[in-house]
Ligand binder design. Structure first.
Ligand code: CTP
Length: 396
């Protein structure tokens, strides 16, 4: 799986850098071609000579070596993947802000290939809010992150923050190259977030949906090589992952409009919390208070999932969400048949950690063939990956 793959290994200043010669050996044994770029700080932990001997290639550290310019642009273009291992706290922070003060950063910022990083740092640094937000930012910029592990740290403390072991990094890469492009050529339509149904120029009917689940799904599909069209209601989150085309809408009617070219898609996942009703009329001026109560006539919005279900062709896969508070199974099954979906992802508000606003979700999958698969409570990103894998299984 790694045979012939071009891997650009970026080593930064962390004690875990001492494991990189083993990593390079393992990658080369698997048939990969490896080039190494390192930060000046990394040279305190691992020798440039060892790495250049193993890779049979010069190890680059500076933008200029004597009279030669290191062509950082071509390095990123040469590689099938850039692997940053170990990723230090300092380089992570530079990646988050785009600070370009060495060859590693120039290479990272100009790389056109996918980037994956294996962070390594002391546990307290790992948990610091600055590190958390830097990790989130680089993830949003499209850098994939390997898990850190728990164990003995350079400080002598036991905790989280150890770099993934070289063998784990190699299996991550093998998995990546096996599954990365599995959805290449597939087009995916995703709806996300709430809709806002205007009442007057300053008010609307909306809901608490954050859009996190739909955005996580869009990113998980893009990571598998799909071309994603994300139709999003008003949310405060963003995605900058390549491969995602974003259409921002406000109302259910606009969301439906943005899904009209459904026949072009192979997969559609309706994760938006679409308003079921919208005001019959939108007041052109602000509605002034008058009596003690106020009734507003509402009318049904178009059911986008239901509409796609009617249009669906045999080769297309349609997935819907159901957020329930009671009789969850019964309602989920009813949605599956009423909306002609292939899969309904049911969240129950009775499950702690599921639903709007939170970063986690717990779901049960209801399939057309009668299968019912309960999933663990997990982050929305992890659930998105599980859902994408379940959808891929349906395609195979
Ligand atoms: N959905 C949609 N268009 C709507 C309403 C919902 O596409 N106008 C989609 C959602 O994105 C979700 C699924 O349908 O995938 C939810 O089904 P829905 O019947 O709207 O759920 P509820 O509003 O919870 O239904 P009910 O009122 O029957 O509980």
């Amino acid at each position: 799986m790694l045979s012939g793959k071009k891997i650009l290994l970026v080593i930064t200043g962390s004690i875990a850098a001492y494991k990189t010669p083993i990593l390079v050996r393992l990658l080369i044994k698997k048939g990969a071609e490896v080039k190494v770029v390192m930060t000046p700080a990394a040279m305190d932990f691992v020798s440039r000579l060892t790495l250049s001997t193993l890779t049979k290639s010069p190890v680059l550290v500076n933008l200029f070596d004597e009279e030669t310019w290191a062509n950082h642009v071509m390095l990123g273009r040469w590689a099938d993947i850039m692997l940053i291992a170990p990723l230090s706290c300092n380089t992570l922070s530079k990646m988050a802000t785009g600070q370009c003060d060495n060859l590693v950063m120039a290479t990272y910022l100009s790389a056109t290939c996918p980037v994956v990083a294996a962070p390594a740092m002391d546990e307290d640094m790992w948990h610091h809010p600055a590190t958390r937000s830097n990790l989130e930012l680089v993830r949003k910029h499209g850098c994939q992150l390997m898990e850190v592990s728990y164990g003995e740290l350079a400080s002598g403390l036991i905790g989280q923050g150890r770099m993934a072991e070289p063998e784990e990094i190699v299996s991550w890469l093998e998995n990546y190259f096996t599954s990365a492009q599995i959805l290449a050529g597939k087009k995916v339509l995703i709806t996300a977030g709430p809709t806002y149904e205007p009442l007057d120029p300053v008010r609307f009917i909306g809901n608490y949906s954050s859009g996190k689940m739909g955005y996580a799904l869009a990113e998980a599909f893009a990571a598998k090589g799909a071309a994603v069209h994300l139709v999003s209601g008003p949310v405060s989150i963003k995605t900058e992952v390549p491969g995602i085309q974003l259409t921002s809408v406000q109302t259910a009617a606009e969301m439906l409009e943005a899904c009209q070219n459904y026949k072009e898609y192979d997969i559609a996942v309706m994760a938006a919390a679409v308003a079921d009703y919208t005001p019959v009329t939108v007041a052109s001026e602000k509605i002034k208070k008058t009596g003690d109560d106020l009734s507003l006539p509402l009318k049904r919005t178009a059911d986008i999932l239901g509409y796609l279900g009617k249009e669906k062709r045999d080769h297309q896969l349609l997935v819907g969400f159901a957020l329930e508070t009671t009789n969850e199974k019964e309602y989920a099954r009813k949605k599956l048949t009423d909306k002609k979906a292939d899969l309904i992802v049911m969240n129950s508000l009775r499950d702690e950690g599921a639903g709007f606003g939170v970063d986690t979700n717990k779901a049960t999958l209801f399939y057309k063939d009668g299968r019912e698969v309960p999933l663990e409570l997990q982050t929305k990103q992890a659930l998105a990956k599980t859902l994408v894998d379940s959808i891929i299984d349906l395609l195979l």
